[in-house]
Write a protein that binds this ligand. Sequence first.
Ligand SMILES: C[C@H](O)[C@H](O)[C@@H](O)C(=O)CO
Ligand SMILES: [Mn+2]
Length: 415
Amino acid sequence: MASMFDSAKQVYGELGVDVEAAFKRLDQIAVSLHCWQGDDVAGFENSGALDGGIQVTGNYPGRARNAEELRSDIDEVLSLIPGKKRLNLHALYAEPGKEKVSRDEIRPEHFANWIAWAKKNNVGLDFNPSFFSHPMMKDGFTLSSPDAEVRKFWIRHGIACRKIAEAFGRELGDTCITNFWVPDGYKDIPFDRLAPRERLRDSLDEIFAVEIDQNCNRDAVESKLFGIGAESCTVGSHEFYMGYAARNKKLLCLDAGHFHPTEVISDKLTSCLMFVDEVLLHVSRGVRWDSDHVVIMNEELKAIAEEVIRHNYDKRVHIGLDYFDASINRIMAWTIGARNMSKALLMALVEPAKQLRDAENSGDFSTRLALMEEIKTLPFAPIWNEYCERHNVPVGTAWIEEVKRYEKSVLAKRA
Ligand SMILES: C[C@H](O)[C@H](O)[C@@H](O)C(=O)CO
Ligand SMILES: [Mn+2]
């Protein structure tokens, strides 16, 4: 008797889809897992409460309290997700040991444990300077602050981070993508929107003037519409960074939660990629004021994956995750979003692309719509399950039980 996978493969085959080729292509597309879901964006520095206009709500037990716990949780998450993965670190996650190191003086050796972990797990590392949760963020401003001393501090931080990222790339033989998100903004309506933007541009120019080996690190810049406490004007807006990235040959980071609620980043990819070489995605889910809910299998996630696959952006679009939820088991939160990302990519990879394109190109929009609707009920689950099985990760809902076991044996023991 044919297995469910064999039958499903045949159904897709009849539509001209090569499932084995889809598996092979998915194996090459990395998803960068954000380290900050495990500890509510706290980091190990203890320099203050989370700010920068982001907030983590919830108090589910089991938060990682130190680097060992965080790495153990990430190991658990990685064991539940099929396919190629990377890890995305924030500067907040430095481990300077007993030494107290100022954020503008962090160095690669403060990430030695992360590099060793990455080597052991055969994953690439990505990086982010942390322009928040620090006393040198003055009145909500860092790189665009009117205070030159404040700007200088954060410029040094940006440069230090690029050197760390370069070391990641060199040590791992895998290019690091460093993302610059700068939360600076005004709660109320500013008179002058130009001066802070000029200061941000100049600060970024200084940071990027330092030469870094492009094979080891490339830089991305991330815009935002608003943050909590920065509702009226965010200095690093979309237009600011679209222009900055295009002019300065940087990657543009599109965060799915950083736009107006009816705007979608899936529709921006083809436009942006005509004018910038590469894009970094922060796959997230905005819900009202929050830009960082756990990623679910909604229309937008599917559309993001479809855009990447349909236009062969595999090498030009870097996929990172960015969400945090402390109201549910954090390992579950991580895994739900990460599995969904891979699943959405696989769904896009088994689209009957030729048929859809032919229908569209011949002006047969009724067949295009009919096909798009029929695709929704094709036997996709056996295809996904087979992919998980081949990657030795739990199939179907089995991963939920595994997280429950981890919760009982590990998370519950954390005070
Ligand atoms: C930790 C932050 O979420 C992240 O660095 C940034 O990418 C962001 O999206 C802020 O809203
Ligand atoms: Mn983001």
